[in-house]
Design a protein around this ligand. Structure first.
Ligand SMILES: O=C(O)CCC(=O)C(=O)O
Ligand SMILES: [Fe+2]
Length: 324
């Protein structure tokens, strides 16, 4: 059985994942201590190319259908939120090849999520694509922390209660392509204090002080910006002519952490889930809440019924370890 959330602790865990490990302990430490880290070209061009093609097929190198004026003066604020920033933003699964659907479940990301959260059992709780284009929205946002829509409480002080949120770059992201702006915790805490309120919209002075020390998550395609729901950041404008920024977000939490949520995957049952079910391995599927081979959930009956539901799912690993 899966361990219960409250009994799990940071410590040695499943070393089988090591073969998929691309991150270093220093990177995990920086993520833990500073709230964010840019993992330069973490995913390979071979891994990214089919996903870029998927994004192109889904969203196109679209000529902006709705140009908006980019505001350089946000009434004294450093940026504003608006609904049009969130166009071309869609939750998994995606109606394209399996590649883009599986990218957020890359074993290398799962391995880093396990190390970062200090557990061998993690869940993907949010994954969405986002295509931004120069001129289609004023993307410049004020500094904020993302915990507003990931939990009804506040960020945990324990590693296991945290989230690791990966923003995967499918195009080269320079400052002029709207690279995310962020402030490492050691720079923001002296300004905001450790309570780190979610929104600072009304506190224009603090916004401006954070702006003085902001960094940009610049990276080539394949780079991954790993952050958390407790670090100040903001979306930025694309300024390069005809620019386009494709990203995929993949957010992980420890299994059993009921404080964190976003997507209830079965709710979107009309979407092409078979792309994941038929192509993901048991560890990737476990990140979606599907019990691993050997779990008592799997009986001859549940396997038979699952095969009726997903005829192209290779259930051999589950069948081999089923109780009679
Ligand atoms: O897309 C980005 O660079 C950041 C957007 C963001 O922080 C948000 O919408 O909460
Ligand atoms: Fe955000």
């Amino acid at each position: 059985m899966v361990q219960s959330f409250k009994w799990m602790a940071v410590g040695p865990h499943n070393k089988k994942a090591d073969q998929m490990t691309r991150h270093t302990q220093a990177q995990v430490d920086e993520w833990r201590n500073e709230g964010a880290i840019l993992l330069d070209q973490f995913l390979t061009p071979d891994e990214i190319k089919p996903c870029f093609d998927d994004m192109r097929a889904l969203y196109g190198k679209r000529t902006p259908d709705q140009m908006v004026e980019r505001k350089d003066d946000h009434h004294g604020q450093v940026g504003t939120f608006s609904m049009d920033q969130f166009r071309n933003n869609e939750d998994m699964p995606f109606d394209c090849s399996p590649a883009l659907n599986l990218l957020g479940l890359s074993p290398t990301l799962i391995a880093m999520a396990k190390d970062a959260l200090g557990t061998d059992d993690v869940r993907l709780y949010q994954s969405h694509t986002w295509a931004k284009y120069t001129g289609t929205a004023d993307y410049e946002q004020p500094f904020h922390c993302d915990f507003k829509n990931h939990t009804l409480t506040v960020p945990s002080e324990d590693a296991i209660g945290r989230t690791i949120n990966f923003m995967i770059y499918l195009t080269d992201v320079t400052e002029n392509h709207g690279a995310i702006s962020y402030v490492p915790l050691s720079d923001s805490d002296p300004i905001t204090g450790p309570n780190r309120e979610m929104f600072l919209d009304t506190d224009i002075e603090t916004q401006h002080r954070l702006k003085q020390v902001e960094k940009r998550g610049v990276g080539k395609a394949g780079s991954v910006f790993a952050y958390g729901i407790d670090v100040y950041h903001r979306g930025m404008n694309l300024t390069v002519p005809d620019g386009c920024r494709y990203t995929l977000t993949a957010s992980y939490k420890a299994a059993g952490n009921d404080m964190i949520g976003w997507s209830a995957w079965p709710h979107s049952f009309m979407k092409p889930w078979h792309l994941l079910i038929d192509n993901a391995d048991p560890e990737q599927l476990a990140c979606l809440g599907i019990p691993r081979p050997g779990d008592p959930f799997w009986t001859p009956r549940t396997i038979e019924r699952a095969k009726l539901r997903w005829p192209n799912w290779n259930m051999d690993p589950y069948e081999h370890r089923t109780r009679a």
